[in-house]
Structures are given as structure tokens and as C-alpha cells.
Ligand binder design. Structure first.
Ligand code: GTP
Ligand code: MG
Length: 330
């Protein structure tokens, strides 16, 4: 019996901190910890908060945590910083702002820095979330920068994804990254005290409206004109001034509404199943890749790589030859 993990289940903060450190330091220990705690996970509402650098994500997360605490929830925060590990003012700023919450026993805050491997970061983030989940944190806020591929994969772990925009970024429809509307369950235009907020809101609403009409048309075509029977979630645009806490309660309402929607529509179960499938497949692929690497004769591989560099063999042929050997020998 792992005493540390028994204490994690009791929600003991120092044990939680320790388990998270172990998860980050060693992949094999992370595996053990996740395996042990897995049966006690699945209760937390995982909320991803993403958006462009400086949009106000940390400020909003801080304020949201406050509101969720007032509603009696235990709140975990994971701040994922994929680009600038320990340098730069932003992370320092995060630490300082998050300090105001640090005295509260019902809040647990952890920053995670990448080591250049985004797949590894996504996996570590999801393991840390599992530790917090098993420890009884009911809402887990995960902050990630940007809305690119990496953030999408981290957001995959979330039940509810909030995309934070700031004025000036969204005025020009072209400048809004195509992916964000697909991942957003809630859109926030922060810095509503700044000029241009209204036009950013307008641009986002217009884009949402166009997206919904396209979806509607697709459904009508697929069903021969029938109305869509499946309950739909309406993405709303909410304005906030995170520094003053304005609009934050509205975001918290919408988060709660989204959870209720997921549960009532059966989508919560569906997302869990989808997430489980992805998780198992990723692990399986990692196993297969590692296993196959072991089976490849390194001498032969290096010879072929040299031959490719020397233009005697093309890269497809080289890979095919190695693969053929593998199938024969492995
Ligand atoms: N005027 C105004 N400033 C804000 C608001 N929210 C945040 N800020 C300021 O914007 C700056 C960036 O805020 P952060 O919360 O660190 O933004 P972030 O998105 O977490 O930034 P990164 O993590 O570096 O991507 C800080 O100086 C905040 O004080 C707001 O509603 N209005
Ligand atoms: Mg931040």
C-alpha cells in the first residue's frame, strides 16, 4: 500500500504536492501513481482556459477560482507554460497574482514548465489533473497559452474549454485563428475596459452565427430537412474585466450550465469515452513505437541513414527496408 497515495486520497495538501512532483519527475512513477489513483478519478470538472499571450487568462483564472471557492468548491489550478519556463515577467506575474489565493486550503496551484516536448507536457498535465481529481478537487482550471495544436491537445483533457480574447485581437475576422471557435465552449472577451472591446464581441458573435448557420444547413441536408434532434450547446460571448472581477460570475454561471448540459445530454459520458479511447491509443502507440525501435538493427539503420544522406537510397525505400526486416524478425 502506497502511504503517500492514501494521504492524497484524504486530500492532504503536502501529499498532493509531493505526488505531483513525483509525477513530473519520473514517467514510470507517474504511471504507478495514475494506476493507483485511477479508480478515484472522474469526479472533477476539468476546465481549460486558453487564448493568446497576455489576454488575461491568469487574472481570469485567479478570479474564477475565487468565485468557485465562494460557491463551496475545492479548486485546483494548473498553469501550463509551454514557451518560457522560468524566465520572463509573465510567469513571475502569475505567481504574484496567484499568491492572493495561496493561503486558502481549498485551492491548490501548480505551475508546469515544458521541457520542449509537448506530447510529454500534455500527458504530464493530464496526470497532474488526475492527482488533483483523486484528492477531491472538484473544479480543475488548466491555463494554457495560445490556441495552436499543442493547446488543443491539452484542451482535449478538458470537459469545458474557455477561450479568452482581448480587444484588438479579434477586430479583424481573419485574425481570429480558425481553430478557436471549434474548441470553445465559452468565449470570453476580457479587457472590456479597453477600446475596441465591443467590436471584438461583435466580430466573434458574427463568426459564431455563421458557424451555426453552416452547421444547421449541414444537419438539414443530412436529415432531409428534419430539425436537429440532438440538444445543442450555444457558445456565448461574455465580456469581462478580469482585473476588477467584472463579468467573472457570469463566466462561472456558464461553466456550471455547461456541466449541466454535458450531463443531461449524455455528452459527459461520451466525452469520457472519447478521452479514454485517445488515452489508451496514445499509450499503445508509445509502446508499439518503443518495441519496434528495439527490434530494428541499429547498424543497419545507421547504414541506411547514411545512404539516404548520400542520395544512394531514397528515404521511403530506407524506411520500407527497415520495416520489412522488422516484420520478418520481430
Ligand atoms: N485593462 C485590463 N488589463 C487586464 C485585464 N485583465 C488582465 N489585465 C492585465 O493584462 C496583463 C496580462 O494579464 P495575465 O492575466 O497575465 O494574462 P495571461 O493571458 O495569463 O498572460 P500569459 O500567461 O503571459 O499568456 C496584466 O498586466 C493584467 O493586469 C482587464 O480586464 N483589463
Ligand atoms: Mg498567464
Amino acid at each position: 500500500v502506497d502511504d503517500l497515495l492514501a494521504r492524497v486520497r484524504q486530500g492532504e495538501r503536502r501529499a498532493v504536492a509531493r505526488a505531483i512532483t513525483e509525477v513530473e519527475r519520473s514517467a514510470s512513477r507517474a504511471r504507478e501513481i495514475v494506476a493507483d489513483l485511477y479508480g478515484d478519478t472522474g469526479k472533477a470538472h476539468i476546465i481549460g482556459v486558453t487564448g493568446a499571450p497576455g489576454a488575461g487568462k491568469s487574472t481570469l483564472v485567479n478570479q474564477l477560482a475565487r468565485v468557485l471557492r465562494q460557491r463551496g468548491l475545492q479548486v485546483g489550478i494548473i498553469a501550463v507554460d509551454p514557451s518560457s519556463p522560468f524566465s520572463g515577467g509573465a510567469l513571475l506575474g502569475d505567481r504574484i497574482r496567484m499568491q492572493d489565493l495561496a493561503g486558502d486550503e481549498g485551492i491548490f496551484i501548480r505551475s508546469m514548465a515544458s521541457r520542449g516536448n509537448l506530447g510529454g507536457l500534455a500527458r504530464a498535465t493530464s496526470s497532474v489533473a488526475k492527482v488533483l481529481d483523486a484528492a477531491g478537487f472538484e473544479a480543475i482550471l488548466i491555463e494554457t497559452v495560445g490556441a495552436g495544436q499543442a493547446e488543443v491537445s491539452i484542451a482535449d483533457a478538458a470537459h469545458t474549454t474557455i477561450v479568452v480574447e482581448a480587444p484588438g485581437m479579434g477586430d479583424d475576422i481573419q485574425s481570429i485563428k480558425a481553430g478557436i471557435l471549434e474548441i470553445a465552449d465559452i468565449l470570453v472577451v476580457n479587457k472590456a475596459d479597453r477600446p475596441g472591446a465591443a467590436s471584438t464581441v461583435k466580430a466573434l458573435r458574427l463568426m459564431l452565427h455563421m458557424g451555426q448557420r453552416q452547421q444547421g444547413a449541414a444537419v438539414r441536408e443530412a436529415t432531409g430537412g428534419e430539425e436537429d434532434e440532438a440538444p445543442a450547446w450555444k457558445v456565448e460571448v461574455i465580456e469581462t474585466i478580469a482585473t476588477e472581477g467584472v463579468g467573472v460570475a457570469d463566466v462561472a454561471e456558464r461553466i456550471a450550465a455547461h456541466r449541466a448540459f454535458l450531463e443531461q445530454s449524455g455528452l459527459w459520458q461520451q466525452r469520457e469515452a472519447e478521452r479514454s479511447r485517445q488515452e489508451v491509443e496514445q499509450i499503445l502507440q508509445a509502446h508499439l513505437a518503443a518495441r519496434l525501435q528495439e527490434c530494428i538493427d541499429p547498424g543497419e539503420r545507421d547504414r541506411l541513414i547514411q545512404a539516404v544522406a548520400g542520395r544512394q537510397v531514397d528515404p521511403y525505400a530506407a524506411a520500407e527496408r527497415l520495416f520489412g526486416q522488422l516484420v520478418a524478425d520481430c
